[in-house]
Design a binder for this molecule. Structure first.
Ligand code: TXA
Ligand code: MG
Length: 373
């Protein structure tokens, strides 16, 4: 199947909407990452999303909509009217949804009791559905041109790095999907926060993202709780540990600034021969890692920096693009600096880096921490 890149002009959006209406899938930009869209009520199209991504059927999708699709009504009423939300939702949960919906449009996904228009296929049989109103003018225009909610998981092959540009979507799904709508690079660069409100201010934070723990605490009047601990040996739907992963083995390491001679000696011990290394740095200039590696290991290396000014928002914006670039660089091992701050967007960065490095044995005991889910 040939993949056509459509510009995000009115004509490009019209063609993308027409393709969606005929049951095809289309990759679209959002403010977080690119999503692979299909009409949420078309099970054949939704099945095609799972196929194109190679995504297991037990990993549910997010339904994307706009305020206009809600008829600009109050959010809870609008969601019920569209058949997305359970009409028997109690007032305590409804109040929390109304408070959280002030983040919409934006990088917040709410997991809520599902309504009658939601199929088992898109929720993997769960009694809940994930809902989000994205804040990207092209996504909004596309959803409104179609006139119906769209499912959109990140437009990558299952388990791999999420795409933050149309080129990255092509690198992942070229020849597997008919259209990519090009909206330029994604502003935020990491996926939405996924939150399950439970009513009366309680909630579970299922995935950290663009809306921070502190923001959610302020909106609900109580801090979100961690996801429910695992009960059985198999992860719950959609909760696999290895995710956002480069093909190249990658390991978290302490910030380069803190490295002592003992750390370099430890690394030399852990690496039997000297592999071709690459560094992903938060704010140190690439030359610093390159000079140190040459001095300490006698080998050159590639290096990329996420934000020379030390901005975590900028780091999030560049994270997946730089990780993808290093993955294509031909290194045998990527050393990734631990995120210097776990607050705000730092929680999302840290989560993505821990999942990206999950498949490689830790090089430093200090970086071996269990994933929350
Ligand atoms: O920013 C984003 O959220 C992007 C853009 C395209 O909107 N989408 C995205 O979708 O990241 P995806 O499919 O890659 O991640 C959705 C996450 C998965 O971890 C999935 O398991 C979880 O949301 N999820 C979906 N429905 C759920 C449900 N009913 N209960 C619990 N988790 C759910
Ligand atoms: Mg994803």
């Amino acid at each position: 199947m040939h993949t056509t890149l459509l510009p995000s002009t009115p004509e490009g959006i019209r063609r993308a909407a027409e393709a969606l209406r005929t049951g095809a899938v289309v990759a679209m930009p959002t403010e977080t990452v690119y999503g692979l869209a299909a009409i949420a009520t078309n099970d054949l199209a939704v099945a095609e999303v799972f196929r194109a991504k190679g995504r297991p059927a037990d990993d549910p999708l997010i339904v994307h909509l706009t305020h206009r699709l809600l008829n600009d009504a109050e959010v809870v009423r609008g969601l019920v009217r569209l058949g997305l939300l359970d009409p028997t939702l109690g007032p305590r949960l409804a109040d929390d949804v109304a408070a959280l919906a002030t983040c919409w449009p934006g990088p917040l996904t709410l997991v809520l009791p599902r309504g009658p228009a939601v199929s088992d296929l898109l929720t993997s049989g769960l009694p809940t559905v994930a809902l989000r109103i994205p804040a990207h003018p092209v996504a909004t225009a596309l959803i409104e041109a179609v006139g119906a909610p769209l499912v959109a998981p990140s437009a990558n092959r299952f388990g791999r790095i999420s795409p933050t540009s149309a080129e990255a979507v092509l690198a992942e799904l070229s020849d597997r999907i008919p259209f990519v709508l090009d909206g330029g690079p994604c502003a935020i660069g990491v996926e939405s926060t996924v939150l399950q409100p439970l009513g009366a201010g309680r909630s579970r934070l299922l995935r950290p993202g663009g809306i921070s723990h502190a923001q959610l605490h302020a909106l609900l009047g109580a801090p979100p709780e961690p996801p429910e601990p695992r009960t059985g040996p198999a992860p719950a739907p959609g909760m696999s540990e290895s995710h956002y992963a480069p093909r190249t083995p990658a390991a978290l390491v302490p910030p380069l600034n803190d490295w002592t001679a003992a750390d370099w000696a430890h690394l030399r011990d852990r690496l039997s021969s000297t592999p071709r290394l690459a560094w992903l740095l938060f704010s140190d200039p690439p030359e610093r890692a390159q000079e140190n590696t040459t001095t300490q290991l006698g080998a050159p290396c590639a290096a990329r920096t996420l934000s020379l000014s030390g901005s975590l928002d900028e780091a999030a914006h560049h994270l997946f693009r730089q990780l993808r670039a290093l993955d294509e660089h031909g290194a045998e091992l990527i050393l990734i600096e631990r995120c210097p701050d776990e607050r705000g967007i730092g929680a999302a960065l840290s989560d993505r880096l821990r999942r990206a490095t999950h498949g490689t044995p830790p090089l430093f005991p200090s970086e071996a921490r269990p994933l929350s889910r």
